[in-house]
Design a protein around this ligand. Structure first.
Ligand code: UD1
Length: 370
């Protein structure tokens, strides 16, 4: 049996890393296919280097474009490699356009798909990621749910594939790199001290492509009485320019996007994090850093129920209020970081063990896909 894993973006490389390492350790044949959705060093190759992953054997070099362009073009470019290499099963992590295009291309060729991070739901169909993850889940043969909530979501939707509660591979990575994170000198490099700053990430289309939402978010953050460090995504750089928004005289300090180790180091020592990322909400939980989510919903409801993640959307007053609330109740919030619904750090091991036991001898037999 030979397997393939398809990724194309920063968070997908993080989610894939422990699976690739585990597969290599256990002698599982695994081809790595990069779609090229992310292509800047800081959004892609830096993670391959940090995690010492083998370089992908294929890069589809799709680049940037509309949803239809990215999804369609990846499908067209991917098909010929799948027909050439005929993997027994393909793994797709996460909810990006690369993940959807990968899953669709496979199922249309009769190649079974395993979805990593299956069952995550925020129930907001205006988000590209929610559409992607729903479609992927409903065409996958194997669904690896990171949490019990995710498993229940899949059961509620009566997906046809087999559901496994595997844990979150991002937590595997978090544990594995703890020592390296602690050795990072990024705080010193940026002249920051423990708990004296906030950390901001902002890149979701629904926030940064809408000038009203973007201005409102930045206004709310501007009222914080602390420095806010902002490793900025290129999409956001472009939008700030386009809308002539300057942060030069504000409390927000823009820096280049960071790799995994430096980012987690900044997160661990921040007083709070403001983000519209999905992964960072979980990483904040594991870092015991209070989180303020700049979205109207979240798929990681466990962090909200624990009382350590406030969902505030783009409303300036709500954002400012949430920052004040963390300031006022900081010690109380820190006490709430208990338990971990995201597994035990062995998700990748479990996933690889399950895959090894699968009988997928006839990858092109459409009936075997379900
Ligand atoms: C994508 C994912 C999102 C994920 C995010 C992680 C989808 C629909 N969205 O969003 O779920 O959270 O990745 O970062 O798949 N750009 C560069 N260099 C790059 C890549 C992008 O400059 O290497 C710029 C381009 O101007 C591009 C824009 O960023 O148009 C957006 O990139 P895109 O891949 O479309 O989506 P992300 O916002 O990165």
């Amino acid at each position: 049996m030979s397997f393939a894993i398809i990724f194309g973006t920063r968070p997908q490389i993080i989610k894939s890393a422990p699976i690739i390492q585990e597969a290599l350790k256990s002698g599982l044949e695994l081809e790595i296919i990069h779609t090229g959705q992310h292509y800047d060093y800081q959004l892609s190759q830096i993670f391959i280097d940090e995690f010492s992953l083998p370089n992908p054997s294929v890069n589809l070099e799709v680049g940037s474009g509309s949803h239809a362009y990215q999804t369609g073009e990846i499908m067209l470019r991917l098909e010929k490699y799948l027909l050439r290499d005929k993997p027994s099963l393909v793994l797709v992590p996460g909810d990006t356009n690369s993940a959807l295009a990968g899953a669709l291309t496979c199922v249309k060729l009769g190649i079974p798909v395993a979805h990593i991070e299956a069952g995550a739901r925020c129930y907001d169909m205006s988000m590209a990621e929610e559409i992607n993850r729903r479609l992927i889940d409903h065409c996958s043969k194997i669904l690896f749910a990171p949490t019990l909530n995710c498993k229940r979501n899949l059961e509620k939707e009566s997906v046809l594939g087999e559901i496994y509660l595997a844990g979150d591979t991002m937590y595997d990575v978090f544990l594995k790199f703890e020592d390296e994170v602690d050795r990072s000198d990024i705080l010193k490099k940026l002249g920051l001290s423990d708990k004296e700053y906030g950390l901001l990430t902002l890149h979701r289309a629904e926030n940064v492509d809408d000038p009203v939402r973007l201005r409102s978010i930045l206004k709310g953050i501007g009222e914080a009485k602390m420095k806010v460090v902002f490793p900025i995504h290129p999409r956001t750089v472009n939008r700030l320019k386009e809308y002539s928004i300057s942060l030069e005289y504000s409390n927000v300090r823009i820096i280049d996007p960071l790799g995994y180790i430096e980012m987690i180091r900044l997160l661990k020592h921040a007083k709070l994090v403001l983000t519209d990322s999905g992964g960072l909400q979980k990483e904040a939980f594991w870092s015991k850093t209070p989180c303020i989510t700049l979205r109207d919903s979240t798929e990681w409801t466990e962090t909200v129920e624990a009382g350590v993640n406030q969902i505030v959307g783009a409303d300036a007053e709500k954002i400012a209020q949430a920052i004040r609330a963390v300031d006022e109740k900081y010690d109380e919030i820190k006490e709430r970081f208990k338990g971990n619904p995201f597994g035990d750090g062995n998700a990748a091991k479990k996933i690889v063990e399950i895959l090894k036991k699968k009988d997928l001898s006839n990858p092109f037999d459409r009936d075997s896909a379900h």
